[in-house]
Write a protein that binds this ligand. Sequence first.
Ligand code: NAX
Ligand code: K
Length: 556
Amino acid sequence: MIKTSITVTAKQMQEIEERIFSEGMPVASLMEKAAVFASQKITQLYPLNLYQKVGFIIGCGHNGGDGLVIARELFLQGFQVSLYIPLREKSKDLTKQHLQYAEFLGIASVEFIEDLSTCDFIVDCLFGFGLTRNIEGKLREDIIWLNQQSIPVVSIDIPSGIHTDTGNVLGIAVKAVYTLCLGLWKVGLFLSSAVEYTGSLHLIEIGIPESLLMGEGIRNDDDEREEKNPPLYPPNSEERKREKNQTENVNYSFHCQYVSETNPRIITKEDVKNCLPLPRHVNTHKYKQGNLLLICGSNQYAGAALLAGYGAKCGGSGMITFAVPHGLKKTLISHFPWALVIGLPVKEEGTIISLRNLDLNKYDAIAFGMGIGREVSAYQEQTLAPILNSEVPLIIDADGLNILAEGRYWQTIKQRKSPTILTPHIGEFKRLFPQLNLSENSLEVLKMASKMTNTTILLKGAKTLVSEKGINNWIVNLGTPALARGGSGDVLSGFLGAVIAQTNFNIFPVSKVVATCGWLHQQGGILAAQNHTEMGVDGVTLSEYINKAVVKTLGD
Ligand SMILES: NC(=O)C1=CN([C@@H]2O[C@H](COP(=O)(O)OP(=O)(O)OC[C@H]3O[C@@H](n4cnc5c(N)ncnc54)[C@H](O)[C@@H]3O)[C@@H](O)[C@H]2O)[C@@H](O)CC1
Ligand SMILES: [K+]
């Protein structure tokens, strides 16, 4: 269902609702529907037998109107309801009407927010997508007070104070335990500045017709599934490489009158299942299952090469070759007896100084940079330059990104015909693109960066974002702080490399496969933390759980 995966801006949501209203749906009916469904969710989360006293913070717009309908429903079910209505005089007509009826029913209003201090939970209906300017004055004080209480807060549509499009905090914002988003996901909910405010996210289905969201060019999962097992090619055939690896702005997103094709989609479990290189063709062999080259490690950071190897192991590629400092060869072989290990020359400090005469084009994917050390930068002409000139899908991570940040190779990258995937965390992103201000609007900045560099960027953070050339954009709506640990990124790069090596980009857009890997990486972290706590998720454990995440996802 496209409704559960698309994200919208405030303007797009307004336009969609305007259309629904212009086609005959009364505004009050849509509000009633949204709020009644939201009230049902609230009573599931806070059943009356356990939670009797509920407070509402009611704004002047339709978010406040929703709040009054929810308050009415809960009151009629027997909850003790108190309303705090700081902007009463400015209320919109529909909100006023619901207020009048609430008062008729005898629902209590309180004068100060502090009067809600004895509530079992509070419902935040101060502002929704109509918030346009910073929250100031008394309202600001109210939200500061609210955030200091230990009373759980449920935000309706979006935590009041969060910008619907950028996720930025407009002065101050409510910290919710749950956010019940109405109808369609508001994009700001998934952006890093909003993450600590939203709590657990739930989408409330309000019956927005799918026909309004569909349009020409939608590629649905069934199309993809049919094409998933294309004819098998002889190994290393030039024809296969050309077909498989070169993508010319393939755009698999939807075209809809109201939602831009560049709006990010939430990667779903179904997307993930569909993008995995499974099931394997019965007549396959190792060179048809992806030939991955990992160029990684230094004497100082040998562990990064190992962790990339563990990540690659769970990505299932048919052949894995490590190109590492020759001093690491024995260690690598002892961990990965099934892999080929090529020793490369190093300088005294233990960093790779040349790729010797590696035939890079014979691989199906290359992952470069994990633990290579910053000193490798001095040898970039012998290391990074030939890699960028290869005609192979390429993943660049860690110190590989730090070399890129020196800025000499953007032109070469832009001209690459095969996919280039960058996997920075926020600090690396800022070093790569010092001219861009990530905190202003992280999504738009990411889109801009991937567009101007002709790359796919996976931006690591509390929520992972993926943008391919600014066109195909994805949000990974899963995350765990258990992965905030050295080595998690190396595992991801290896895993990505192994999956990318098996992917035919004529069938799946790079961005979707990258988001799939990001999703499984997080899901692996979540499952690992469930069994080992957030303290117990080291890189090796994580890699085991990525495989468990694959098994669980396929079984669900
Ligand atoms: N469009 C619709 O009819 C529907 C909207 N729904 C609800 O309506 C919400 C959007 O309603 P609105 O467009 O009325 O917007 P809001 O309820 O978010 O509030 C907008 C009001 O707040 C005022 N305002 C904005 N920033 C302010 C600030 N910093 N300080 C003080 N006042 C400020 C505006 O002047 C306006 O009066 C959604 O989030 C959702 O909860 C749902 O009921 C479903 C139907
Ligand atoms: K709200």
